[in-house]
Design a protein around this ligand. Structure first.
Ligand SMILES: [Zn+2]
Length: 449
């Protein structure tokens, strides 16, 4: 009989202030004492401000490369420089760069990470997991309660169309600046949170503007190892305050090299495909005349899922040019008692990173015994059934006004293209000395008793 991964599932702490009791009302003069981002502490506060250039054309990057020097990847330097500064200041709950990572041997290249520090404190979930849309609740944890030191910089569109950087810009809680903050429980190097229109306190729900902001960030980073992800409520989001996650991983995610089958090309050039031979059923979106076309199509699909109370995860890869959408049903199956108890017991939360093939494991034993077959079986629990996936696709295609028949067209394999976009010299640049070693899995991982 095969040994299963046996670890308990617990919610993750993403900010150092998340575990605190309700804020003490006896505030000290000059703030609440936490240097937070609420009105008690915001007066006179400053943070770096990165004003990004709106990239409209999908192929802008290629054009820039043709004109000579590659642009300085300033966002990378800013983000990683600030992130490492926070690491030096001890703001993370553990040292993620010391976590061991390996590629599980096999056809798909699942990545396993041993992360023993991520589940240190238990905390009850603060919202229902059976409702994708829930109102923002000021009394529950949200990012305005984090310490200002957890925020790396403000992020907004440049007014004059050029990249601008201000090392110390006032924070104005009346404007709609977005913020990039650390995740204090990182699962990889440079793990951050993008919190759109920070002070508007939006609930965790996709809208056109916020998704476009996430795509702009992916485009601005100009680094194929930098991906953003989104978890809806009911699909392992842990905080009901609108946020995307992002981090650097110097290998392809298995889902990025999975074969796809083309389903549709929309009038604006957005191409939609279905993943084939991957444990979680999902759609990919790419192309389009502009980044905004791509963003609008995907956000309309997400809005459709939200309105139908279908939990989902989104992966933004290839500098914002390729987006994966996974409707999922794990929480529902769990509530109905339909998830294999052995898998439930693994403690792996199948959120966007896990679904994309980066498995974060909490016990050494599970890490050492990780296999492709186990990873596949866990992820398969997340997937909609074939029948349900067809129904959900019909809803999505209705929402984006495309006549969906459900039968695919050409079979295409993006393996070659995906591999070409992952030059290893960039991997070395990212995986500097501070980063943990990426080791190849050993053959013994495949042996099961
Ligand atoms: Zn305060």
């Amino acid at each position: 009989m095969e040994m299963m991964l046996r670890i308990k599932r617990v919610p993750t702490v993403v900010s150092n202030y998340q575990n605190e009791e309700v804020e003490d009302l006896t505030q000290r003069v000059g703030g609440c004492g936490r240097n937070c981002l609420q009105s008690c502490c915001i007066r006179g506060a400053k943070l770096p401000l990165y004003a990004f250039k709106r990239v409209d054309k999908i192929n802008q990057e290629a054009i820039e490369h043709d004109t000579g020097e590659a642009p300085i990847q300033f966002l990378d330097y800013l983000l990683l420089g600030q992130w490492e500064d926070r690491m030096r200041r001890g703001l993370f709950r553990y040292d993620v760069t010391a976590c061991e990572t390996k590629v599980i041997p096999g056809q798909f290249g699942f990545i396993a990470q041993l992360n023993e520090g991520r589940h240190l404190k238990k905390r009850p979930t603060e919202f229902r997991v059976d409702k994708v849309l829930q109102a923002f609740d000021d009394n529950k944890f949200n990012f305005t309660k984090v310490g200002q030191e957890e925020v790396l910089f403000q992020f907004e569109a440049s007014e004059d169309g050029e990249v601008q950087f201000f090392p110390s810009a006032p924070i104005d809680n009346k404007n709609s600046s977005s913020m990039v903050a650390i995740n204090v429980s990182p699962i990889e190097y440079g793990h951050v949170l993008l919190i759109p229109s920070f002070f508007e306190c939006l609930p965790q729900r996709i809208d056109r503007e916020s998704l476009l902001l996430a795509l702009y960030m992916a485009a601005e980073a100009r680094n194929t190892f930098f991906r953003l992800g989104y978890n809806s409520l009911g699909a392992f989001a842990t905080i009901n305050h609108l946020h995307f996650q992002a981090y650097y991983l110097a290998v392809p995610f298995p889902v990025e090299i999975a074969p796809v089958k083309k389903v549709a090309t929309l009038d604006d050039g957005v191409k939609i495909s279905e993943l084939v031979n991957y444990p979680v059923r999902g759609l990919t979106f790419e192309g389009g005349n502009t980044l905004q076309d791509l963003s609008n199509t995907v956000s309309d699909a997400c809005i459709c899922l939200q309105n139908n109370n279908i939990p989902f995860n989104v992966l933004i890869s290839d500098c914002g040019k390729r987006i994966f959408l996974f409707p999922q049903c794990y929480a529902e199956k769990q509530a109905l008692g339909e998830v294999n108890p052995e898998l439930l017991d693994t403690q792996v939360n199948p959120a966007v990173w896990e679904i994309s093939g980066h498995m974060v494991l909490k016990r050494k034993k599970d890490y050492e015994e990780a296999s492709e077959e186990k990873a596949w079986r866990l992820l398969a629990e997340v997937s909609l059934s074939e029948e349900r996936f067809r129904e959900v696709n019909a809803l999505i295609f209705e929402a984006i006004a495309y006549d969906y028949t459900g039968s695919g067209g050409d079979c295409e394999n993006f393996l070659e293209a995906a591999v070409k976009t992952q030059p290893m010299k960039e991997a070395n640049a990212i995986n500097r000395d501070a980063h943990h070693a990426m080791v190849n899995g050993v053959q013994e991982c495949l042996v099961q008793q």
